[in-house]
Design a protein around this ligand. Structure first.
Ligand code: F6P
Length: 344
């Protein structure tokens, strides 16, 4: 191993820079050169790179986002792009590539490895959604739930002063991890997740009961991917991205309108959006990203291609990338039952 590449793809998330830094620091111990590929798979198509040195990764552990940039480019959309990926990997004289990403980026990594055309890939799992299989947690999630929890705490005080219901829409795509963790941590009164269809009658009943016992305000957390019993996910637009995903968003507004209509309690809505993804990573995410980065570099040195760093309990282990993609890791119904203990 003389020269390796690293790219970050998909939605950015806090902790990506900790991974990049750890890879470069560990690579230096083995005298391996690291080439940063800019903007995810797009950078490998365009051959847009930057050399990463100890100095270029100095001081980045505290920074959110990714110094390499990212994109949602899927090289499998155009045959020509795929060809360029293979050509540029060769032209850059890379011995291996570390792909840091979620389901989409690692899905591409998995496919590329299966083509057996000489690209050696090691994966690192990232996403604020925590919906990636074969790892207990992804980095970025802890920061997202802390941001969401702080926002929910803040909304509690204004909800209480004005005797209002606050509906708070959080991210998470088709998994309710952000909603359930931030909802539980903030003591919210109703948590709605994509894994369990929304029963509006039940929600309103919980809120009315709570108000009847003297509480004049409530907090409802709703995951962007949650669906009504007789409905579908609410989307921002009809367009799909390069990986066939819809852009979720809007459920909070609809829910707030319905709750106000049915309960007659004044209701407001807050959509947390990309605030959950931006900014400085928590200490947990910095350390998890660092441990993943070191493990990825070790996997490269051991030529364990097609594998990904993963957190199992408190240990960092290796798992086939294949095991992480394909199906989503969603919230267990038992966990949701536990959360329901605190509804109302
Ligand atoms: O996957 C991370 C995520 O933040 C999701 O929670 C959200 O649905 C999506 O990305 C938003 O994507 P974009 O940044 O393209 O709007």
């Amino acid at each position: 191993m003389k020269r390796i590449g690293i790219l970050t793809g998909g939605g950015d998330c806090p902790g990506l820079n900790a991974v990049i830094r750890a890879v470069v620091r560990k690579a230096a111990q083995f005298n391996v050169e690291v080439v940063g590929i800019k903007n995810g798979w797009k950078g490998l198509i365009d051959c847009d790179t930057v050399n990463l040195t100890l100095n270029s990764v100095s001081g980045i552990i505290t920074k959110g986002g990714t110094i390499l940039g990212t994109s949602r480019t899927n090289p499998y959309k155009k045959a020509d792009d795929l060809k360029k990926v293979f050509e540029n990997y060769k032209d850059l004289e890379l011995d291996a590539l570390i792909a840091v990403g979620g389901e989409d980026t690692l899905g591409v990594a998995n496919k590329l490895m299966k083509e057996k055309k000489g690209i050696n890939i090691v994966g690192v799992p990232k996403t604020i959604d925590n919906d990636l299989n074969a790892t207990d947690f992804t980095f970025g999630f802890d920061t997202a739930i802390n941001v969401a929890t702080e926002a929910l705490d803040r909304l509690h005080t204004t909800a209480e002063s004005h005797h209002r219901i606050m509906v708070v829409e959080v991210m998470g795509r088709h998994a309710g991890w952000i909603a359930i963790y931030s909802g539980l941590a903030s003591g919210s009164d109703v948590i709605l997740i994509p894994e369990v269809k929304i029963d509006l009658d039940e929600v309103c009943e919980i809120l009315k009961k709570r108000h009847a016992r003297g509480k004049s305000f409530s907090i409802v957390v709703v995951a962007e991917g949650a669906e009504f019993k007789a409905g579908q996910v609410v989307t921002k637009e009809e367009k799909l991205d390069a990986f066939g995903h819809v852009r979720l968003g809007g459920i909070g507004e609809i829910l707030a309108t319905e709750i106000e209509k049915r309960t007659k309690f004044e209701t407001r809505v807050t959509v947390l959006g990309h605030i959950q993804r931006g900014g400085t990573p928590t200490a947990f995410d910095r350390v998890l990203g660092t441990r993943f980065g070191v493990k990825a570099m070790e996997l490269v040195m051991d030529k364990k291609f097609g594998y990904m760093a993963s957190l199992r309990g408190t240990e960092i282990v290796e798992v086939p990338i294949h095991d992480a993609v394909g199906t989503l890791k969603t919230v267990d119904i038992k966990f949701y039952e536990l959360a329901k203990t605190f509804f109302g």
